[in-house]
Design a protein around this ligand. Structure first.
Ligand SMILES: Cc1ncc(COP(=O)(O)O)c(C=O)c1O
Length: 344
């Protein structure tokens, strides 16, 4: 069975780091960081992750979900105006609900300026750099423009981190520093946990006001070590090699699937539309040895069920050739559109 639906884009998840962890690493943080769960190792990792995304400081959270539901309400005032991409991850939607902010939902891919040319005084743009289900990238020009006009950007780099030069996310790779960067670490970093990076002052605010940080046990020291280890692999020569393989694999699969354009990311959504047809396509692929989960509403909008195919550096060229052949044959068996296209 070969998986084509994980977020392990650099192929690091299967590796064992046991021999690299210091023998004396304790299991548990024992309490919230604000009680007695804090350590110099937590702080050092936060500084290293902040510098990866070009920020002054960062705060570790137990997951990407906890980061977004904790940071957004801590940072956004009820009077602030918020523009939130229509396809944002559930954790950002829930975080904005908790913030009780005035939210304008923007069509996927549109910038605040597209929707409202003269944006209000304090305006946040909440979006993902590489969209988790559509696989497309946010416009760097629009992000820069929003920041240049005094707007604030909260960028979730869950699916961008690790994929670009030096292991950075999309924004850093283009010389952009958003106001706040959320960095879930369960995707290319192949760990768990997340960080939220920003200025020193914002990080300090998060340490006292983000409820999922304040009222939650600090990250296990074992996980801190594992993330530190991943960070050095992702940002070092091994990361460069894996990224080169990954981007070759992305182009290769795009070509074998007959996509008109080279995919913008490892996430290649193959539109099906109907829920049952998507499930059936997933089952038939499973019978042929390929694991691709069907993604259905409410994870994606109604009538846009899809196979969310994702490519990894760990795939070989022969995996990709055989998978693309079987995918085309399954689509033809089910009478689905022969021309595979990307879905929003
Ligand atoms: C864009 C985005 N943000 C946040 C999360 C949540 O991250 P975690 O899995 O670490 O809770 C995900 C997970 O899929 C995601 O895709």
């Amino acid at each position: 069975m070969v998986g084509f639906c994980s977020n392990d884009y650099l192929g690091l998840a299967a590796s064992s780091v046991a021999s690299d962890l210091p023998q004396e690493t304790p299991f548990g943080a024992t309490a919230s960081r604000l009680v007695c769960g804090d350590s110099e190792e937590h702080r050092a990792l936060e500084r290293a992750l902040a510098s990866l995304v070009g920020c002054e400081d960062a705060v570790l959270f137990s997951s990407g979900f906890a980061a977004n539901v904790g940071a957004l309400p801590a940072l956004i005032e009820p009077d602030d105006h918020v523009f939130s991409d229509a396809l944002n991850h559930a954790s950002m939607i829930d975080g904005l609900r908790l913030a009780r902010a005035r939210v304008t939902i923007t069509p996927h891919g549109a910038s605040p300026r597209d929707v409202r040319p003269s944006a209000p005084a304090v305006s946040w743009w909440i979006t993902e750099s590489v969209h988790s289900m559509a696989g497309d990238r946010v416009s760097i020009e629009a992000l820069a423009q929003h920041l240049d006009h005094g707007g604030l950007v909260y960028l979730d780099e869950a699916h961008g981190l690790g994929l670009f030069a030096g292991g950075a996310g999309l924004a850093r790779a283009h010389g952009i520093t958003p106001t706040v960067v959320a960095g879930p670490l369960g995707k290319s970093f192949a760990c768990a946990g997340a960080f939220v990076a920003s200025s020193r002052a914002v990080a300090e605010l998060l340490r006292s006001a983000a409820r999922s940080f304040v009222f939650s046990t600090g990250l296990s020291p074992l996980l801190v070590e594992a993330i530190r280890h991943s960070l050095s692999r992702v940002t070092g020569p091994e990361g460069d090699q894996r990224r080169a393989l990954l981007w070759d694999n992305i182009a290769h699969l795009g070509e074998r699937l007959g996509l008109a354009d080279v995919p913008e990311s490892p996430i290649i959504p193959i539109h099906v539309g109907d829920n049952r047809a998507a499930l059936r396509a997933s089952e038939l692929l499973f019978e042929r040895g390929w694991h691709v989960q069907a993604i259905r509403p409410p994870t994606v909008p109604p009538d846009t069920a899809r196979l969310r195919v994702s490519v990894s550096a760990a795939h070989s060229a022969s995996h990709i050739d055989a998978f693309a052949r079987d995918l085309r044959s399954v689509f033809s068996t089910l009478g689905l559109r022969a021309e595979l296209r990307r879905a929003s």
